[in-house]
Design a binder for this molecule. Structure first.
Ligand SMILES: Cc1cc2nc3c(=O)[nH]c(=O)nc-3n(C[C@H](O)[C@H](O)[C@H](O)COP(=O)(O)OP(=O)(O)OC[C@H]3O[C@@H](n4cnc5c(N)ncnc54)[C@H](O)[C@@H]3O)c2cc1C
Length: 454
């Protein structure tokens, strides 16, 4: 961690203390993003006592706290046909969103090569609450996990949390690291990698008050064209090419994904460094204001618009990725790989947020199947017996994570981990020794698509 100037001793020794145990659960899920939501719900539906710990006061992870408002990776282009490939509990979440009037029809994106689906952020928070609590899992909001108590080299005993109620321990039999940053894994000593060239974060924002009738045909292409023209004319420079500025379900409101957050030396802001996070928040708000001012002043229909929301925090795409039993590779993604221990699929292309732009790489070949399977082994740390690691910090290379970090595959990994936790406990085996065939049968019975028959 970078530090400020220090006078006096460089460290303070805190007195030892007894930390109260707040509760004991079969499964403790840390992090309430897409992976954690599904892990907690799936485990609770296996009849287990489950608690989901989340540092904020709402669920959704980057989808809500990072202000995304679009699900990617729910669909794949399978031999030329756009198909939904993420089902199971994700299907229930989408149904709940639709009932709340908070889900748009899927739309083509990235030069019309794949489908994504926009949602309303407030509705997502409510739908996720309903899914998790309706499944029987407990929630503890405003609880920041800060460390672990181990019960041996390979077994976690409890997660330590800090909150307004003070410090507490939450004991569990199986743990799910769904923190996105691999916090639990790092504390447990699981090997991880953090790329020298991390994907750049962005601060997302939404614009309201757009005169939809004045924005013209395919208006989501207008802002990119205007920004390109301004850069070529030398009147403006923008931190990132390939802006995504699109209408929400009510075209009065638009979402904007076009900032790129870097340190003074040009490197990507690291979401595990509090100093860099602070710098990124300030830079993100300034970039958002600059971009919005350009859009408002140059884009037809935006003259009376305003920023209605800056996301609660900058969106972090990549930090730690564990080095687990199998590392999903970019070659697996582009080559549409299969695995005997498949637990779901990824149909999203490699989306690399590199300096100044975004690079996309789709599955290779003429008319490809368009998705790879995701192996259970990418959630297994190998060094800890009672831990699954799901979501964007699962075991993937930098290239693979640039694809399988999006919401759809994180939903799939989370549901598989929660379901597997039930099997591990029922059979009294380590997380890595669950009966994979039984797990796959349960997932498929619950509507999940494992990519086995396409
Ligand atoms: C700017 C940006 C734009 C993106 N755009 C899209 C998009 O349009 N569509 C899409 O599908 N994906 C998009 N993504 C990818 C997105 O990150 C993933 O889809 C997804 O949110 C990752 O899910 P996750 O559950 O692994 O982690 P996260 O979503 O990061 O969730 C982790 C959760 O854990 C909590 N947490 C973390 N540490 C702790 C702790 N120590 N104690 C307690 N709680 C903790 C966090 O508060 C958070 O709620 C985007 C990402 C970014 C950053």
């Amino acid at each position: 961690m970078s530090t400020d100037a220090v006078r006096g001793p460089a460290a303070i020794t805190e007195p030892a203390r007894a930390t109260p145990v707040r509760g004991e659960f079969d499964v403790v899920v840390v992090g309430g993003g897409p992976a954690g939501i599904m892990a907690a719900s799936a485990a609770a539906r296996r009849g287990l006592s489950v608690i989901l710990l989340e540092r904020y006061g709402f669920l959704g992870g980057a989808g809500t706290a990072g202000g995304l408002s679009t699900f990617c990776g729910l669909h794949a282009r399978v031999h030329g046909e756009d198909r939904r490939v993420i089902h199971g509990l994700a299907g229930e979440l989408l149904d709940r969103l639709a009932k709340l009037d908070g889900l748009s029809e899927p739309h083509l994106t990235i030069n019309d090569k794949i489908l994504a689906q926009a949602f309303d952020i407030s509705a997502y928070k409510i739908a996720a609450d309903e899914l998790v609590t309706g499944s029987g899992a407990r929630l503890l909001f405003h609880a920041l996990a800060v460390g672990l108590a181990m019960a041996g080299d390979r077994v976690i005993d409890a997660v330590l949390v800090e909150s307004k109620s003070g410090r507490a321990a939450i004991r569990g039999r199986v743990f799910v690291d769904a923190t996105g940053d691999g916090d639990v894994s790092a504390w447990a000593g699981v090997p991880f990698e953090k790329a020298a060239g991390l994907l750049y974060p962005s601060l997302m924002f939404r614009i309201n008050g757009v005169d939809a009738a004045a924005t013209g045909d395919k208006p989501w292409r207008t802002v990119e064209r205007l920004m390109d023209e301004a850069e070529r004319a030398g009147t403006h420079t923008f931190p990132r090419k390939k802006p995504i500025v699109r209408p929400q379900r009510n075209p009065l409101e638009w979402r904007a994904n076009l900032t790129q957050l870097s340190n003074p030396d040009g490197s990507a802001v690291d979401g595990t460094d509090v100093g860099q996070l602070t710098h990124g928040e300030l830079q993100g708000r300034q970039q958002a204001l600059d971009a919005f001012t350009f859009i408002r002043d140059h884009t037809p229909g935006f003259g009376g618009s305003y920023i209605v929301d800056l996301a609660p925090q900058i969106g972090i795409r990549e930090t730690r990725r564990i080095i687990g039993e199998y590392r999903l590779t970019e070659d697996d993604v582009l080559g549409c790989a299969d695995f005997p221990d498949t637990i779901g699929v990824n149909g999203w292309p490699v989306e690399a947020h590199v300096a100044g732009t975004v690079e996309f790489r789709f599955a290779r070949g003429e008319n490809p199947r368009g998705f790879c399977q995701l192996p259970l082994r990418m959630t297994l740390p190998g060094t800890i017996d009672n831990l699954y690691v799901t979501g964007r910090c699962a075991s993937m290379t930098h290239g693979a994570q640039s694809a399988a970090r999006v919401t759809g595959p994180c939903f799939a990994m989370g549901e598989a981990a929660g379901t597997a936790a039930g099997l591990a406990l029922a059979d009294a085996v380590p997380c890595g020794a669950v009966d994979v065939t039984a797990l796959q049968e349960i997932l498929e019975r619950n509507g999940c698509y494992l990519g086995r028959e396409a």
